[in-house]
Design a protein around this ligand. Sequence first.
Ligand code: ADP
Length: 240
Amino acid sequence: MISLQNVTRYYETGERSVHALGGVSLSIAPHEFVAVVGPSGCGKSTLLHLIAGLDRPTAGEITVDGLSLTTADDAALTHFRRRQLGLVFQFFNLLPTMNVQENVSLPLLLQGVPLAECEARAQELLRRVGLTERAGHFVHQLSGGEQQRTAIARALVHRPSLLIADEPTGNLDTASAERVLTLLREIADEQLATLILVTHSAEVAAAASRIIEMRDGKIVSDCVSSVQPDTQAWQRIPLG
Ligand code: ADP
């Protein structure tokens, strides 16, 4: 369970203070698939970074599965990220000096999992994302879609309970984007992970079970999908 209470994030830039988030309150239940949408600069990435413990709020409280990300020390935050979190970004963030399998194994190695087990689990994830044949390749030898599938395998290899994706299909052609999105959803579903995804695409958002729309650092609408026999209907959640 993720909970944000009256979270603000201001950035001080010279004389100006930028209000990236202005008082966001929100709860996300386990296994939800949440799409965060809104115009550029409205605070989507800031929100994601705070939930991922990569940044701290100026004020307010954030808890993830009972851990206060606001007051946790750096060691506790690192532990949280290594154990519970999978991250997928628009620009893949793979390590160019490692091959595909080594990139995917990395989160497990950082946890101290024995090498043979890291390799076996990386191979299983690579099979899952259709990249078994590419295990020994380096990042520059892969297409954009393959790089993003590698990043998904890496984000999920340690079976995180929370998967955060910032524009994961933003750099891909339509066919690759569809494949990447389907994989993200399927594997998150299988592993019972919560998936929070920022997107500019209405189609990607429509695949989510909940859509949170932001503007000027605030949530302006929050809708859950209730699947009817033939159509997908959206129901507004009152804003907190
Ligand atoms: P989005 O992801 O919706 O495009 P962001 O969360 O990246 O929006 O940014 C929200 C606002 O905060 C923007 O006005 C942006 O310029 C500002 N901002 C983000 N990061 C920083 C930073 N490190 N320093 C100063 N301003 C920032």
